[in-house]
Design a protein around this ligand. Structure first.
Ligand code: UDP
Length: 342
């Protein structure tokens, strides 16, 4: 196959490009490097089957020649990233998704959207099955990501129904692994980086909120299965092993072999209290099941960060207080409106 991967130089996108090249496909990676990094695909640049296009897919996608599928991953994805760039996040998931769908339509190609568990918002149904419609604050700070992805799903289904495009929607739950940015502010990267530097682990809220963490190799197996199929989805992909953020802090501390202080910070607005995928559909449709347990996944990810002391050292200071300014203590809506009016 010849596959276009938007966001192909990002954390997940670069692993997908690598997997596709390894199995013999041709890959066109499109990325504007706003949150992705060229070094993520540096090892692929020598391959004659790999092409890199530096472009913001919200503006245009100038792939030439025929291709078989688009995996549309381009978007800021860590909460601090999308809270810093709210308008870009809305643009890439709305205009960017439409550009990618138009291109898939013109080429008769398969289109797979990387959607997210964020479409479930702060879920009132647990675990989350694809049939659940979610509980999303449409005007909260996270809405720039949540609602943009919900629009991306809507427009994907509209292209399928109206124009017959072969589309698939996958809902990706928290994923971690090598090539996450040390400073991206997600909980796994932050804890691992803090542990490596002997810094306190920053737990938001009381740490009793839950997440279910999937190792990136498992997720990529799911993306490839979705690309190779004609399934429309939505299909959840994630590791159903659920744990609290406090548990994760203990695990990371154990892995590092030293005692670690935990520092409590305010819970960001609209931070979901629980999240666990029901993956019965992915199991039935693709026989897909995660194989990496969290200990092995964290060990591999920690080794990767340990091999980048410069990046880790630079990130750790920012993680201490900086992220909280972006995602922590936000004024209640009434105050925010007053502030805007003023
Ligand atoms: N979190 C935390 N400390 C951190 C970063 C995040 O306790 O340094 C919490 C965050 O409030 C959320 C969970 O960890 O409850 C997962 O956050 P992340 O940003 O990784 O992803 P999310 O699932 O919120 O998109």
């Amino acid at each position: 196959m010849r596959v276009v991967v938007t966001g192909g130089a990002g954390f997940i996108g670069s692993h997908l490009c690598e997997r596709l090249i390894t199995r013999g496909d041709e890959v066109v990676c499109v990325d504007d490097f706003s949150s992705g990094r060229k070094e993520n695909v540096a090892d692929l640049l020598d391959s004659p089957r790999f092409e890199l296009i530096a472009e913001d897919v919200a503006e245009r996608i100038s792939v030439s020649g025929p291709f078989d599928a688009i995996a549309h991953l381009a978007s800021p994805a860590s909460p601090p990233d999308y809270l810093k760039r709210p308008l870009d996040t809305l643009a890439v998931n709305s205009r960017g998704t439409e550009n990618a769908l138009r291109l898939a339509h013109a080429h008769g190609a398969r289109f797979v959207l990387a959607s997210t568990s964020e479409v479930y918002g702060d879920p009132l149904v647990h675990p989350q099955h694809e049939s659940y419609w979610g509980n999303v604050n449409p005007i909260g700070p996270r809405s720039v990501y949540d609602e943009a992805k919900r629009y991306a799903e809507a427009v994907t289904f509209a292209y399928r129904r109206t124009l017959g495009v072969n589309t698939g929607v996958m809902r990706i739950f928290n994923t971690y692994g090598p090539r996450m940015r040390a400073d991206d502010g997600r909980v796994v990267s932050s804890f691992l980086v803090q542990a490596l530097c002997g810094e306190p682990l920053t737990v938001y809220g009381d740490g009793l909120q839950t997440r279910s963490f999937c190792y990136v190799d498992d997720l990529v197996t799911g993306i490839v299965a979705m690309l190779d199929s004609d399934e429309c989805g939505p299909v959840n992909f994630g590791n159903p092993a659920e744990r609290t953020v406090a548990d994760l802090a203990h695990l990371v501390a154990e892995l590092s072999g030293t005692a670690h202080e935990v520092e409590f910070h305010p819970l960001p607005q609209d931070d979901p209290m629980q999240r666990r995928p029901d993956i019965s559909q992915a199991r039935e449709l693709f026989g897909w099941d995660p194989v990496f347990d969290i200990e092995e996944g964290l060990r591999r990810t920690s080794e990767w960060f340990a091999s980048r002391p410069g990046e880790v050292g630079a990130a750790v200071a920012g993680l201490r207080g900086g992220q909280l300014g972006e995602r922590g203590e936000r004024p209640p809506i009434a105050d925010a409106q007053t502030a805007e009016a003023a």
